[in-house]
Design a protein around this ligand. Sequence first.
Ligand SMILES: [Mg+2]
Ligand SMILES: [Zn+2]
Length: 184
Amino acid sequence: MTRKPAKVVLLDRDGVLNVDLPCGVRALAELQMEASAPAGVAALSKAGYTVLVITNQGAVGRGEVSRAEVDRINDTISMHITAAGGRITHYYVCPHRNEDNCACRKPKPGLLQQARDEWNFDLATTWFLGDASRDVEAALAIGVRPALVLTGKGRTESAEHPHVPVFANIAAFATFLTTQESQP
Ligand SMILES: [Mg+2]
Ligand SMILES: [Zn+2]
């Protein structure tokens, strides 16, 4: 069954929706939202975007956090987003370590490919907003449009990508996207 192309925005999790930690968020108690995230996602949802999250969680493969705890963290992020009027439809999670050499750990585009297979979005007009170089690389590998925030790893890694649009945070990105769209 082929679906009609969906209006989708792809988001990285750590450093975009929640505060990135040096070793990853390994327990729900460590979760801190990025202040701009609830309003930012709400703006995207209100503009009619389906919001999908694309996240590496290598700590699962390293045995530092259970997959169930990752799901609890994701559910809690979604709860904060829902409280602001937004909606995250699905989390695509790579639980593997670097050395597992899977097809889904960013910078590989496996998770983006899976999302694309399920949602049939138009590659050339769909954005993937992240904070790290591997997000940009994954976006370019499949052919969606990369964008970076200056939160999380974006504070340093955005300098490596002079041709990629950079936004202060996800709320600024949402303003850009929804304003651009309302132009004649
Ligand atoms: Mg990140
Ligand atoms: Zn993987």
